[in-house]
Design a protein around this ligand. Sequence first.
Ligand code: PLP
Length: 362
Amino acid sequence: MVDVAINAMSEWAAQGSNANTGGFFAAADACDALLESTRSVVGEFLGADASGICLGANMTTMTMAFTRAVGRTLKPGDTVVGTQLDHEANVSPWRIACERSGAQHLLTPFDVKNGRLDMDAFSKLVTDRTKWVAITGASNLIGTMPDLNAAIAVAHKHGARVFVDAVALAPHKQINIRELGCDVLATSPYKWYGPHAGVMYVEPELLNSLPVAKVRAASETGPRKFETGTPNFESIAAVQAAARFLIEENMQRLAEIESAVFAPLLEGLLDTPGVTVWGPHDLASRAPTVSFTVDSMSPDQVAQELAAKKIAVWSGDSYAMEIVERLGLANSGGVVRAGIARYIDDEDVKHLLTTVRGLVSR
Ligand SMILES: Cc1ncc(COP(=O)(O)O)c(C=O)c1O
C-alpha cells in the first residue's frame, strides 16, 4: 500500500467519525460524505459515472453477488460466453449462475502458441442467445490483454452485456469505462497499491433493474444495493487515497516505467536455455507479468529456490485454472509467475535472471 492510503486508513480510524450512514449527526454525515467522495474519485480513476461505483470486500465476493443477481434473469437456452484466459473469479461465478438457471456456459479458447484469445472462436460463440460476456482485461497468469473493444463490439451487436474483470488490468493500464462501453467492470484496489477491498462499476440503469439479493431495508437503487451491511469505511478511505494517488501519478507514465523494467525480464527468460516462457513472447497488448517453467524442476521447487534469495514469485495456477489446463501443465504443478509492479526495478530483474540461470546450470 502507498503511504497516502495507509495514512488515509489510520486517519479515518483516528478522527472519530466511526458511525454509519444516514444519520442526523456529524459522524454520520462524514460517513455519507466519504462514500460519495470515494465513488467520485474512483469514477474519475476508471473514467466512469460515479453513481455506478459499488464498494465491497473484494472482486470475487462482488462478482459472486453480481452473478447471483444475473442468474435470476437467465433461462434455459441462454448462453454466457467467458474465456479460458480468465481467473476463476470470472469463471466459476458464471458457471454456477448457469448451472442454477439452465443457461449454457461457454469458454473461448486461446492460442497455446502465443497466449492470444481466439477472436474467431469468440465471434462464433457469441450469438443472439448470448446474454452475458465475461472477459478479462488482462490475464493474471500470462499477461495477455485481449482486444476488449473488439469483444465488446461483438457482444453488443448481439445484444449481450459485458462484464470485464479488470483486476490484472487496472494496475498496469489507464482504464476508461465510458470509452470502452462495457456494462460492468470489477477491480481490486489491493492490486493498485490500495487496501484489501473490491470495486465494481455497474452501468447505473442496469444496477437499478437487477434483482439483487438484499435485505428489505437496503436501497432498491444505486450502489448500496450491492453494498451489504455496514461499509468498511476505513478501507474505503484508503481506496479513495490510492485512486487519487494513481490519478496524480498518471497511469500512462506508470505503464511506460513498468514496461521498461519488464522488457529485459521477458527477453532474459526467453534467452535462457532450459527455461520455457508460456503465453505471449512479445511486449504488445500485455501486462508486465510472465509465466515460465524450468526444465527438470517443479514450479514449487523453483519458487522455493527463488524465495531463498528473497525473490517472491507464485507457483501453480494462480487461480487461472483454465490456462494451466489448456497448456497441459495441470499435472506438473503449473508455472512460475513473475510480475512487475511500480516498486520493482532493474536490479530486481537482474537478480531474478541470475538466480534462474544458476538453477538451470546446476
Ligand atoms: C485477474 C484476477 N481476477 C480476479 C481476482 C480476484 O480478486 P479478489 O482477490 O479481489 O477477489 C484476481 C486475484 O488475484 C485476479 O488476478
